[in-house]
Design a protein around this ligand. Sequence first.
Ligand SMILES: Cc1ncc(COP(=O)(O)O)c(C=O)c1O
Length: 425
Amino acid sequence: MEFSQMNREQLSALQASLRDQYESFKQANLNLDLTRGKPAAEQLDLSNALDGILEGFYLLQDGTDVRNYGGILGIPEARQLAAAFLEVDASEVLVGGNSSLTLMFNYIDHMLPTWRKDLSEGGTERLKFICPVPGYDRHFTICEHFGIEMLNVPLLDGGPDMDQVEALLRADPLIKGIWCVPKYSNPTGHTYSDAVVDRFAKLADIAGAHFTILWDNAYTVHHLEDTHEQLKNLMTTARQQHTQDSVVILGSTSKVTFAGAGVAFLATSPTNLKTFEKFLSASVIGYDKVNQLRHVRFLQDSQHIAAHMVKHRNIIKPKFDLTQQILTQHLAGKGIATWTQPRGGYFVSLDTLPGLATEVIRQAAAIGVKLTPAGATFPYGVDPSNSNIRIAPTFPALGSLQRALEVFVVCLQLVTVNHFLSDQR
Ligand SMILES: Cc1ncc(COP(=O)(O)O)c(C=O)c1O
């Protein structure tokens, strides 16, 4: 029954039963964590063969010794692998260290003087970025670090609300970029539609020179189902529109091999790549080419990556299925929450009724279940409707995940019942 249809007695009876359940969880002294969007140890084990895979052979076909300095764009074999991964041309790719986040940070850092020059002479205005929400908190942290103001735009099922994105760009020349997780988005799991990708390829025509689309394709090969969602190729589309300079595509093997010791990629136009390479060369002579070669040997090509990702899926799919099962069993048909059913990626995004997320998270924490802080999926940590909660099912073992979700659904119902009862007072 929908909570909104219940009378006061029904709500009070439900409140009493939920309080009992809450108290019994309290006795159990739980210590569970649903915050960590990271692979479980079993998933990391899938790539242990990386260790020692080179068996003492460090030379590339062209004679380069990967143990030595140099090659800031990455070894050719890794650039080829990354090109297949990101569906771009190898000449557009830089293969970096272990973190795509670092490449994003560096890329913005390198664009700042150019963006500032674009602004009016001597102006002190703040640069701005569009942030589809809910989104990835670490993107927002980068903007905060550089003092870039963030403007929220809702992320709909097929991508950001492009009418809003285009209207903002038409109205405000201070906007120099937009963050995107276009496939199996963090946290909703949505994939941008072809029509949205087409509109992205034309944004530079509205925004003008140096507008930058940070297309963080972190979950491109992270499918949970047999039928994979297809993301239209932004680089190919942008090349047709002659807007490829606005496109920066990112990815990494963090959730393919080792989250802390993978290989990160960045793809952009050869023009941009040249200036970015020059910028980076002030701080690094070359990235870890030994690790790049290990990854080339281990992952080999798209077919092998796909086969490897099936092994990941076999480990994490039961966790996503369990999450859907518990949310559906306890919350469906009650009019108290909506949540996504991702077909890939690492997260489930849940919305409570407006205003309740912080309290749900507080109540869960009070009995030992840690959830991502409310607001984390929004710029400045502020969710204007205080309703979004990101659930990360991959890391805990199935038993812990089940327990944590059972606590979560009780907390959510209890907070919602309390809310209805206080409304009826
Ligand atoms: C959307 C997105 N981008 C980037 C990252 C981090 O990637 P990396 O490990 O390559 O820095 C994550 C990790 O959760 C992510 O969700």
